[in-house]
Design a protein around this ligand. Structure first.
Ligand SMILES: [Fe+2]
Ligand SMILES: [Fe+2]
Length: 218
């Protein structure tokens, strides 16, 4: 990986996203979280690239800018689902400026365009490289931070015990379904299973602990 390219992409990401602090739905911390998430996704994508023999630098740069579409203010969560397509448009001239070939740029942009809802507004091929952008994004969303964030968001600590048990139960069945989600590469598949298995272990242990939190049945 060429250091100056990585630095340029990181600067572009941070400068553009930081301009959005103050949008109706963005606090400074939310914008910083988006940047931190982007760096993690880029690292995951690079690991997949390493395992699959893709160009690591190009993969890292594409994944780093996967959420660059958030430089736009969206009307609602539904409207924000086009941030992949918007992001591809923003990233295209930047990728060209970095010196990647037209075919390379298109593959990177296609990966960004389809990473949210698998829909693009321009034609492209679902190559393993393009699919890796969304795969890396999903893998990050299922790591340790999100367990905590998800529980906090659902106000887990304020739920009565029975509700907590029910919540963990539902989470476990959802995770079992998610585990079968098809990924673009074998490397991503393995990383995904590792993350989901970690969450399954966590929620199973949580459920066992909660179930032993009331009087023993004889
Ligand atoms: Fe995204
Ligand atoms: Fe993302």
């Amino acid at each position: 990986m060429r250091e100056e390219i990585i630095k340029k992409a990181a600067d572009f990401l941070q400068t553009e996203l930081r301009k959005t602090v103050g949008f109706t739905d963005r606090t400074e911390r939310m914008v910083e979280y988006r940047i931190e998430h982007s760096f993690r996704v880029a690292r995951i994508a690079r690991e997949i690239a390493k395992g699959e023999g893709f160009d690591e630098e190009r993969m890292y740069v594409a994944a780093l800018l996967h959420d660059i579409g958030y430089t736009v203010q969206y009307e609602s969560a539904e409207d924000a689902s086009r941030h992949g397509r918007v992001g591809a448009e923003i990233a295209r001239p930047f990728f060209k400026e970095l010196g990647y070939t037209d075919a390379e740029v298109e593959e990177m942009c296609y990966g960004i365009a389809i990473h949210v809802d698998d829909t693009s507004d321009f034609s492209g091929e679902r190559t393993p490289f393009a699919l890796t952008v969304g795969d890396a994004d999903n893998i990050d969303r299922f790591d340790a931070y999100r367990i905590y964030e998800g529980l906090e968001f659902m106000k887990f600590s304020e739920m009565p015990l029975a509700e907590q048990i029910d919540f963990t139960d539902k989470r476990i069945s959802k995770l079992k379904q998610f585990r079968e989600y098809p990924y673009g590469t074998k490397t991503a598949d393995n990383m995904w299973h590792e993350k989901v298995d970690f969450q399954l272990e966590y929620f199973n242990r949580l459920k066992n602990q909660l179930e032993s939190s009331s009087i023993a049945t004889i």
